[in-house]
Design a protein. Structure first.
Length: 718
């Protein structure tokens, strides 16, 4: 491992350079010897493999790329496939395969610097068969393959896991389309669904059941499949399948070598009292010269904010003025919110954006909004998204407030989201200073039981402006906390993956390790109508999903935590590399490299793709491949007890913690200052960290060795 310290330092330097380059989604064929020559790639076939893994879904792309019909279609041509694409930040990349003629080669996961050097040396010199898969940022990826010889094709697979969300009693997810549309595509593609016993049907888009055939082969085993037109695949925005839920909660667990993992995803919309569905008429106005953000750069954040703010059960419409001062509705009536309708709303608004006026027409919009809601439904509210500053003087504002109140009779709430940031109009009214339309917005929203927010004091972006607005209108419950216990145990070393995404949709996710079981108890506490409430749900073992992917999912989230450390030191980078390689999860500092078997033997050594064979690495791996034995004597204990560890290997213990049944650490014991092998004893005096005797009951000792945890139960009696 010491031989690779220089590589690690160089690697960190290279990453700091490459992170500065913007990478678009693209794929092309290039001649490495004549880099100015390139061509569009031809995708002969595409198979998308979908495999449920509890709260995550594993997606694999099995792709054939050729030179057919390009400038590189001669036998003498040798080109490289170069591609860049993005995946969601929460994605966990776990595999890469390459076919060398008819031989399947599993890619090695090694440090990025070594992989890049090997790949570049091969591309520059010989016709051999490497593929290189890199992670360049939390969302940006790079895949290269060489060589693709004219008149032939190359076949490869990349695989990653993405988190699910709960919607309509199904797990829902999106399949990233990466660079598919930038290739010459086949007319049809294949979807493979590797279903479990409790998962039978795959749904697409608006919960449409996708007809599939039962198949079986040596490569995928038992599965369902469907061949569909490529254009249909590209048009499907969401996919889903039914799973085991109880009161809106799904739990996945897995036990490997005595270490237990779990993942819980919870739909608060089902579990807690539902908030009242929102019915909002959104008025969109952009006045030139009143904002630091251009009109074009306002549209997408505005649409993205709508997507995050509104969820199933809500209804929405958009009103705007066109170039000839006519008031327009985006849809004839309010639309009910779901992924399909929000996608349509975004698409339709982008189509009309060139027709939207850049002048001030807020009085006209407000008057029409009140008229519309009076004639259709008095339960709706008006949300004004505007940077107008023409209505802020005392006389104009008071006159307008009276007109609106008289017409609406105060029954329509008004919410104002002011995204203007360059107004020079300032007013002092009753010794209070106001900017732009503040006086109007504050008083009209107050009179109608709405709210007023602005981008310069409440938020620093359009997304944050809507987020604050959403928190203001979503008032069904407050101060929510949740606790996870197991029967006779608790959870620890937890993450809340993709928290910001799920919380905006009313969901929670918890991933970690646990002791005890087999059942789980989820307890929620929250305030509703100024009264405390407690809700408890027990998830029994018979409805818990089993998934052997959980250890990788946990490691993937642990790596994301480490990668997010600003300016990581060399020790952190080395930890990331080792954890990534040990668990076959791609990181910013590692790479998947697939080589011909004979070349792999020369360059990396060994035949095991999970063990690259780099010098000195095996001697320094601290994560045990076998059990660490733990016992206690006496047990039950009254005064003290001896914790007895028995390790078959040289083992470096990193922490020894005593937990109570609430999952709280009540004592941290000193770890050995040296590696242990064989039997090792540590004394516990049955005191907590404050020197107080622990009460009688059950306790767990949790011993960490690298990322691996071991536990043992101790009974204290008095």
């Amino acid at each position: 491992m010491k031989k690779h310290l220089v590589c690690t330092l160089l690697l960190a330097f290279l990453l700091s350079i490459c992170s500065g380059f913007a990478q678009n989604t693209s794929i092309k064929l290039i001649d490495p010897q004549r880099s100015w020559m390139s061509s569009k790639a031809v995708m002969d076939s595409l198979t998308v493999v979908i495999q449920p893994n509890g709260g995550y879904t594993q997606i694999s792309y099995l792709i054939n790329i050729s030179t057919s019909g390009t400038i590189f279609d001669k036998k003498s041509d040798t080109v490289e496939i170069e591609s860049f694409f993005t995946l969601p930040e929460e994605a966990i990349v776990v595999d890469s395969w390459l076919w060398v003629e008819d031989t399947l080669v599993y890619a090695d996961l090694i440090d990025r610097w070594t992989a890049s050097q090997i790949y570049e040396n091969i591309v520059k010199r010989v016709r051999r068969d490497p593929s290189l898969f890199l992670k360049n940022s939390p969302t940006a990826y790079e895949f290269r393959l060489f060589p693709l010889v004219g008149t032939t094709h190359r076949k490869f697979l990349i695989s990653f896991m993405i988190p699910n969300r709960i919607e309509n009693d199904k797990f829902k997810f999106e399949i990233p389309k990466i660079w598919f549309t930038q290739t010459t595509m086949p007319n049809n593609m294949k979807i493979v669904f590797i279903n479990r016993n409790d998962v039978n049907n795959l749904y697409v888009s608006n919960d449409m059941d996708l007809p599939m055939n039962d198949d079986n082969d040596m490569f995928f085993g038992h599965y369902k499949s469907a061949v569909i037109p490529m254009q249909n695949f590209l048009s499907y925005n969401t996919y889903g399948y039914k799973s085991n839920f109880k009161d809106g909660i799904s739990i996945t667990n897995y036990n490997v070598a005595g270490e237990k993992y779990y993942h819980m995803i919870m739909d608060l919309n089902t579990l807690t009292p539902n908030r009242k569905a929102l019915k909002h008429l959104v008025l969109f106005e952009y006045v030139n010269g009143k904002s630091k953000i251009s009109f074009e750069n306002t549209i997408q954040p505005f649409l993205d904010a709508l997507d995050i703010t509104y969820s199933a059960g809500d209804s929405i419409n958009i009103m705007y003025c066109d170039m000839i001062s006519d008031v327009k509705l985006l849809f004839p009536d309010f639309i009910e919110v779901n992924p399909e309708s929000i996608g349509k709303l975004k698409s339709e608004f982008q189509k009309v954006q060139s027709k939207i006026s850049r002048s001030a027409f807020l009085p006209l919009l407000l008057n029409n909004a009140v008229s519309l809601l009076q004639t259709t439904d008095t339960t709706g509210s008006v949300v004004v998204f505007s940077n107008n500053d023409e209505l802020g003087s005392l006389d104009i504002a008071n006159t307008f407030i009276k007109l609106i109140m008289d017409k609406s009779k105060g029954k329509i709430p008004f919410y104002f989201l002011d995204h203007g940031s360059t107004s020079n109009k300032k007013y002092s009214i009753n010794s209070v200073n106001y900017i732009g339309n503040e006086y109007l917005y504050i008083n009209l929203s107050r009179a109608t039981k709405g709210e007023y927010y602005n981008i310069w004091s409440n938020a620093n972006s359009i997304g944050n402006l809507f987020s604050i607005f959403f928190n203001g209108v979503n008032t069904s419950y407050k101060d929510l906390n949740y606790y996870i216990l197991t029967s006779d145990g608790f959870v620890y070393q937890t993450f809340e993956p993709y928290k910001s995404i799920l919380s905006s949709k009313g969901m929670l996710s918890s991933l970690g390790k646990y002791v005890g079981g087999p059942d789980f108890i989820i307890r929620l506490t929250f305030m509703l109508d100024d009264k405390p409430h407690i809700k408890e749900v027990k998830i029994t073992d018979d409805v818990i999903i089993k998934s052997n992917a959980l250890p990788q999912i946990w490691v993937g989230n642990h790596l994301k935590y480490l990668e997010a450390i600003a300016k990581p030191n060399n020790s952190t980078v080395q930890d990331i590399i080792k954890i990534s390689m040990d668990n076959r999860v791609l990181s910013l500092y590692t790479a998947f490299l697939a080589l011909e078997p004979w070349m792999r033997e020369i360059l990396l050594g060994g035949d095991d793709p999970d063990d690259p064979g780099l010098s000195d690495i095996d001697d320094e791996i601290e994560i045990l491949n076998s059990e660490l034995g733990i016992s206690a004597h006496p047990n039950p204990a009254m005064i003290n007890t001896n914790l007895i560890f028995n390790s078959p290997l040289e083992t470096n213990i990193t922490s020894i913690d005593i937990y109570d049944l609430n999952g709280s650490v009540i004592r941290k014991l000193n770890v050995p200052t040296h590696s242990i092998k064989g039997e090792y004893i540590i004394f516990w005096d049955l005191l907590d960290d404050f020197g107080r005797p622990v009460p009688e009951g059950a306790y767990f000792v949790i011993v960490n060795v690298g990322l691996k945890s071991f536990s043992h139960k101790i009974i204290v009696v008095k």
